[in-house]
Design a protein around this ligand. Structure first.
Ligand code: GLN
Length: 430
């Protein structure tokens, strides 16, 4: 069978292709001459599979799409407190190159606008790195997100740095507020090099998939940044990633995203997929025109809006049945899937509404693939209360999904590998 997704992607690319509106970025001469015919889209799944159509192996500069990734590096290199002391997390609602600083502290409003990203560049790597070392830290970090060694486009760097008056003005403002502590020109130089890293839509999809996969690159298996950092980055992408179009984007597309002025656009849908598109003509916000249309289609065709979540809890309780009879009867609550708060609540409700009359009760986790922390505590509390009301409680957990299965405080569970083991009549010799 031919794979379905590339055919779908080719069809949607065909639909947006005739749209020739917008212009490539004019303020960076090297980008102004970009070939506007390019059009591509790639989906990277969390097992590393990449589906694509169109120009997904053409290299272009990453530009502002570097911002969320370097923010992630700075957060993991310096810690949340030091980064938040210098860069806020509030949407500015203004253009990417606006000088949006907090009036009292001089902090840039968020890390997705240039003021924030220039500051964030200065926070990547250890404090005592020299400028070249910092650029190398950034390049290595971006490469780890992509899963291959990336390089820079010297011509685009040279072209942008020659015309970087506005970013220099921003950096000097930041220096005057002591948000930047080093030389303003050196930081803009490093930031401009960061923006000139070459990527393909395939790379960008994999980078986005690393964010969607809680920071672990699906191909290399490397945990590039900690999970808590990824949550922070995706949240800021959601509220600030599309600049002054962030509200429209959040309501219509609903995928944490970031655009770049070379025509790239990424979206990271947590737990599902990393998406990237490439098409150089930009709208007034500096976002790729055809890229935005593609994402609108993807989101509505495939129900990818983050606020549209399937009711995962409904199926958590697969069955409630009894094995054996008489005094050895075993009540089995068979659970399945990934269990979070709402899923655990269904198990609590079942135990409360239909209190087991059997002495032996098993929570069967054989078909469960994940239990988050609140669900773990709720399931152990069920076990504790059942113990206190006279039950023998078993946890059928062949894959040790339940971490530290101790209900504490008078509760007791016996962990076994199968329902059969729990059902063996007490005192029977195997
Ligand atoms: N290097 C570009 C700049 O600083 C990045 C802007 C962007 O991609 N939105 O102007």
């Amino acid at each position: 069978m031919r794979p379905i997704i590339p055919d779908y992607l080719a069809e949607v690319l065909g639909d947006v292709e005739p749209d020739a509106s917008g212009e490539p970025a004019g303020y960076i001469p090297e980008l102004a001459t970009a070939d506007t015919k390019y059009l591509g889209a790639a989906f990277a799944m969390l097992d590393g599979e990449v589906y694509g159509s169109g120009d997904i192996d053409i290299e272009f500069t990453i530009q502002s799409i570097s911002k969320p990734f370097v923010y992630a590096l700075a957060l993991s290199d310096r810690g949340f407190d030091s980064v938040l002391a210098k860069v806020g997390v509030e949407p500015s609602g203004e253009a990417f190159n606006e000088i949006s600083l907090e009036s009292d502290t001089g902090r840039p409003l968020n890390p997705m606008i240039n003021a924030g990203a220039i500051t964030v560049h200065s926070l990547a790597g250890a404090e005592d790195l020299d400028p070249a070392g910092r650029v190398e830290r950034v390049l290595r970090g971006l490469s780890a997100f992509a899963g291959r060694r990336l390089k820079m486009d010297e011509a685009v760097y040279a072209s942008e740095i020659e015309h970087a008056h506005r970013n220099l003005a921003i950096a000097h403002m930041l220096r005057s507020h002591d948000i930047l502590t080093g030389d303003a020109r050196t930081v803009v130089d490093g930031y401009t090099r960061q923006c000139s890293v070459l990527v393909t839509a395939r790379d960008l999809a994999m980078m986005a998939a690393t964010l969607a996969n809680r920071g672990m690159n699906p191909l290399s298996g490397e945990q590039v940044v900690p999970e808590a950092v990824v949550r922070q980055v995706l949240s800021v992408m959601f509220s600030c990633g599309m600049y002054d179009a962030a509200g429209d984007w959040g309501t219509q597309v609903g995928i944490p995203a970031k655009s770049g002025v070379a025509g790239g656009l990424i979206g990271a849908l947590p737990g599902q997929v990393g998406i990237a598109t490439f098409s150089p003509r930009l709208d007034v916000h500096g976002n790729s025109v055809r890229g935005v249309s593609l994402f609108e289609r993807f989101s509505s065709d495939m129900g990818l809006h983050v606020m549209e979540v399937p009711p995962a809890a409904l199926a958590v309780l697969r069955s409630n049945h009894v094995v054996g009879s008489g005094p050895n009867a075993l009540r089995v609550l068979e659970l399945q899937g990934g269990i979070g708060f709402a899923g655990a609540e269904r198990v609590v409700k079942e135990a409360v509404d239909n209190p087991p009359s059997e002495v032996k009760v098993a929570l069967d986790l054989t078909r469960v693939y994940s239990i988050d922390d609140v669900a773990r505590r709720m399931l152990l509390e069920i076990a504790r209360r059942l113990t206190l009301s006279g039950h023998d409680v078993y946890l059928v957990d062949p894959e040790s999904i339940m971490k530290d299965p101790d209900p504490g405080d008078g509760g007791r569970v016996t962990v076994v590998d199968s329902v059969d083991q729990a059902a063996i009549p007490m005192g029977a010799v195997q």
